[in-house]
Ligand binder design. Structure first.
Ligand code: FAQ
Length: 308
């Protein structure tokens, strides 16, 4: 019997771990790391598409984009709440992000150069997020798994809006079709990198699989995403920028080329095109919002005094 016999038993029986349950410190810190990185990604992820809100081509597209970006904020907030159930402090997590001590997804360090990028982010980036997150609805930590259910429903809607935007552009002018192809060329490889490094170079996968935090490895999910995206690209009429992409009947999967893993390492460690700007904006938003947090805390304290 280990010190965490009940925890081990719950994992073996595929039961959820809840906030008040005893858990190994490493399980707690792994969960805080993953949930915080995920929350930061949702919040930083508002920026690339947010840049197009004032430049959306129609009122309808503007309303859709505003709602989508707001949804991402909501996802970040559910996730920070899930991290708080493990004893983390939201303000501290934000500080760690701003100081570069915690990561967020590499994908949000690429620029959005045209409105087609909004469609491609919906199709490929939300598509990759769904592929990764649907299995997380069965993740062993209860509050995280439950947050994922609602998040995945909203992400599915986001993916469809992106695909619909692209279908509209593809039935437009030659210039619009070129914009879509250019955006696909730029976002395809970074989308594959969202699933993390190859399994052989993923230090966390084995333990996270054993604890049923992750249900599939990085490479398994990347393959699933490629298999899902190829027919969608054909339907759309765009070419995926990978000469090695080919159906392999013996594997029953598509073969595909390897992303530039040096690029992923560089972007994760702060060297991507937009890292500096993304963090500078997040820092500014945190500074600008300080008085609101102070006022809310003072108001809550006063209400507590009145209630006593
Ligand atoms: N970018 O050992 P592994 C979204 C880090 S949400 C940056 O394989 P693990 C919604 C990794 O964390 C997108 N860092 O790690 C949206 C680890 O860090 P450490 C976010 C990366 O945890 C759509 C180290 O490298 N989704 O898009 C990346 O087993 C549109 C070693 O890696 C989630 O966070 C990367 N691409 O697997 C919003 C999902 N890959 O330990 C707006 C939840 C790896 O050195 C618009 N997370 N790292 O500090 C997960 O499923 C996992 O954490 C993985 C990484 C699969 C991301």
């Amino acid at each position: 019997m280990t010190d965490f016999a009940l925890f081990d038993q719950a994992i073996a029986r595929d039961q959820r771990i809840e906030p008040a349950d005893e858990m190994p410190e490493r399980y707690r810190s792994t969960m805080i790391r993953q949930i915080a990185q995920h929350a930061h990604s949702e919040i930083i992820g508002m920026q690339p598409e947010g840049e197009w809100i004032t430049r959306a081509p129609t009122l309808r597209r503007k309303a859709i984009l505003l709602a989508k970006v707001q949804d991402e904020a909501g996802h970040g907030l559910y996730l920070y709440s899930a991290a708080e159930t493990l004893g983390a402090d939201r303000g501290d997590l934000t500080q760690r992000l701003i100081e570069g001590r915690q990561k967020y997804s590499s994908i949000f360090n690429y620029p959005t150069l045209s409105f087609a990028d909004v469609g491609v982010i919906g199709w490929l980036v939300d598509g990759a997020a769904i592929c990764n997150q649907v299995p997380l609805c069965r993740s062993s930590y209860g509050p995280y798994a439950r947050a994922m259910i609602r998040i995945c429903k909203e992400e599915s809607f986001h993916q469809r809006q992106g695909y619909e935007l692209l279908l509209t552009m593809m039935s437009g002018t030659a210039a619009q079709r070129d914009m879509v192809q250019d955006a696909v060329d730029r976002w395809w490889w970074p989308s594959l990198m969202m699933f993390g490094p190859p399994d052989a170079d993923s230090p966390n996968t084995a333990q996270s699989m054993a604890w049923k935090i992750k249900r599939h490895t990085n490479d398994e999910l990347r393959q699933r995403f490629v298999d899902m995206s190829v027919p969608q690209a054909a339907e759309l009429g765009v070419t995926l920028p990978d000469p090695e992409l080919a159906w392999n009947a013996s594997r029953d999967h598509y073969d595909f080329g390897q992303p530039d893993w040096d690029e992923l390492r560089r972007v994760i460690s702060g060297g991507g095109a937009m890292n500096e700007q993304r963090i500078a904006r997040r820092r500014q938003a945190d500074t600008d919002g300080a008085w609101v947090r102070e006022a809310a805390a003072a108001h809550a304290a006063k209400n507590l005094e009145v209630a006593r």
